[in-house]
Design a protein around this ligand. Structure first.
Ligand SMILES: [Zn+2]
Ligand SMILES: [Zn+2]
Ligand SMILES: [Zn+2]
Length: 252
């Protein structure tokens, strides 16, 4: 299984428009963060979690040749805005793409992309939506386990795919969900920055949760420019915990 971080930034991305802080001005490629997304290639499937506004640029950069399914964590714009560009795969591979999300996410797609759900316009994105009820499901032979948390007041799904668990945009992960993560070899958690936030884990909260979950290899994502320079923040993290960066590839 191969995992590629397509984007690791918070909703505005990093750098932020009109900001000249040291992170936004940094020349380190690891301080340039597109909106959050990850590509997972298993033996028989290509899966992408979230299609934010940078989706097209991300799949072009990583030359992702195929796509079977999109898993949507929640309906915020920075996680769904790029779904229209799924057309690139519809046209080149001559197939529809399966899109999975909870009821309120699928309903949101109907508002954001009404043309994808009506008529027979040839240029429309071709998606097959699947409503998740929280139960595990399969994409090809690959098992996916939804993990249910809260993003402020909004429900948000994390996903476990084999021994890889990806959790973004949460600030609460009930202990009842922890057994679903147990035994994962790689864990991704969102960590926005240092100051408390109503809908995201801070770095300190993410570190505490990572310790409690006990996964040996943990990466943080969905970072804002207030997190600080990648090189200096990463150097101060405990062993086995790292900040992710755009383009980072992991093998499992
Ligand atoms: Zn987000
Ligand atoms: Zn900045
Ligand atoms: Zn969000």
């Amino acid at each position: 299984m191969k995992i590629t971080f397509l984007g690791t930034g918070t909703s505005q991305g990093v750098p932020i428009i009109n900001c000249d802080c040291q992170v936004c001005s940094s020349l380190d490629f690891r301080d340039k963060r597109l909106r959050c997304s990850v590509h997972i290639e298993t033996e028989d499937t290509h899966i992408i979690i979230d299609t934010g506004p940078d989706f097209r640029q991300q799949v072009l950069r990583e030359r992702i040749p195929d796509l079977d399914a999109v898993l949507l964590t929640h309906e915020h714009k920075d996680h769904i805005a790029g779904l229209d560009d799924i057309r690139g795969y519809n046209f080149s591979l001559n197939k529809s793409i399966d899109v999975f999300g909870r009821d309120q996410v699928i309903e949101r797609l109907k508002i954001e992309f009404p043309y994808a759900f009506e008529g027979n316009y040839v240029g429309k994105p071709k998606i097959n939506t699947h409503t998740l009820n929280g139960k595990p499901f399969h994409i090809g032979n690959t098992k996916v386990v939804p993990i249910d948390g809260l993003h402020g007041e909004m429900p948000c799904f994390g996903f476990r795919i084999n021994d890889f668990t990806y959790i973004t945009d949460m600030n609460q992960l009930p202990e009842t969900e922890w057994p679903k993560i147990a035994g994962s070899k790689i864990l991704v958690l969102n960590a926005l920055h240092h100051q408390p936030h109503y809908s995201h884990f801070t770095l300190k909260e993410a570190l505490e949760l990572a310790k409690n979950l006990g996964v040996k290899e943990t990466y943080f994502t969905h970072m804002s420019h207030h997190m600080g320079l990648h090189s200096s923040v990463n150097a101060g993290l405990p062993m086995g915990i790292n900040l992710a960066y755009d383009g980072l590839k992991l093998h499992l």
